[in-house]
Design a protein around this ligand. Structure first.
Ligand code: HEC
Length: 119
């Protein structure tokens, strides 16, 4: 029981730390390309539920103009607009998001777009 309370407290702390991230994610318009919960839209990558470090690393790379796809030029100004503390807050927020994308058929994974799925 004590152990359970401990994890509950940790969880509550994580949630409050991520609400600043949520505010930034919405006010900076990130949701317009990556989805309300970071679930990803079409070619725009899914961010929800990914590792905090990975998300922060990707944003740092984009700030230096390094991206993965031909659409990176859209993302670079958004990455550059973020301060270090904002990157941290947003990465935390996104890594705690767990949208159940299987229930929304309008969402496509990169594999589906590239025709690589075995449907
Ligand atoms: C105009 C559309 C658009 C907006 C708005 C946008 N992004 Fe992106 N984002 C992209 C695209 C396109 C990529 C893929 C970039 C690449 O080629 O590596 C991307 C990539 C990313 C990545 C790296 C994901 C990966 O798998 O490499 C992160 C993290 C990210 N965006 C976070 C954000 C945040 C935080 C915001 C708001 C401050 C934001 N994005 C706003 C289009 C957008």
């Amino acid at each position: 029981m004590v152990r359970y309370m401990f994890f509950l407290a940790l969880f509550a702390i994580s949630i409050s730390a991520s609400s600043e991230g949520e505010r930034l994610y919405m006010s900076k318009g990130c949701y317009g390309c990556h989805g309300t919960y970071g679930e990803g839209i079409g070619d725009y990558p899914k961010l929800a539920g990914r590792e905090i470090d990975e998300l922060a690393d990707r944003l740092h790379a984009l700030q230096r103009g390094i991206g993965h796809t031909s659409k990176r030029d859209m993302m670079i100004p958004f990455a550059k607009s973020l301060h270090e503390s904002e990157i941290e807050a947003i990465a935390k927020y996104l890594s705690f998001q767990q949208p159940d994308i299987s229930e929304d058929e309008s969402l496509e994974t990169p594999e589906e777009i590239l025709g690589g799925s075995d449907m």
